[in-house]
Design a protein around this ligand. Sequence first.
Ligand code: GLP
Length: 243
Amino acid sequence: MQIQIFQDKESLHRAVAQMFIEAVKVKPNIILGLATGSSPLETYENLIKDHKENGTDYSEVVTFNLDEYIGLEGSHSQSYRYFMNTSLFNGLNIPLGQTNVPSGTGDVNETCEAYENEITNAGGIDLQLLGIGTNGHIGFNEPGTPFDTRTHVTALTQETIDGNARFFESADSVPKKAVTMGIQSIMGAKKIALIAYGSKKAAAIRDMVNGPITESMPASILQNHPDATLFLDEEAAALLKPQ
Ligand code: GLP
């Protein structure tokens, strides 16, 4: 794993956005894996700003998002489909039909299989963006998820429900289940960029980088990825062993 530590959030987001912009320029029909949560928001703002100012072209790009809450329609303001449309896709020239977010309604088991096939048929993910939960989850792969899972339905832990409650009226209105790309699906990406900032993420970052590779710390599997880069601020990096 490569680790980049930034003094402020602004330069962190600029660096991640630059990685994505360069990748889109090199391969206009790139397959991007995208994430939700607060971590990537300003990176997305940077991508939109660059698209408007410099005309970076997303017309051939295809995207796959990591996850979606079960039970929320794409029109629900807390669904990840809605988040992606309003935080990124509507600001770029990407046709919405080329953007994939797993559906949280209908036959979800069918969705899981179809989603995995679509990623494979598209040629696999070239560049995957990740955030990390305070318990080390990536996508919605909670601690204990087997490393060989592909897209599947999962129950959220109370820690994740509480962590995401800030986006809902109360913890009670956070869905208890989600559909998520699995650890194996994520590890199949050719290149991975993970964003983490703030002291709340410091213990998870320490454990994923310096701890053992274990299913109880899902992000620790990234130690085995050949091309993963962590984009951290000083607070998130504070507990790391000196390199
Ligand atoms: C959710 C998402 C994850 C994300 C995590 C962290 O659980 N499913 O993909 O990494 O939240 O969220 P935040 O970036 O808001 O800290």
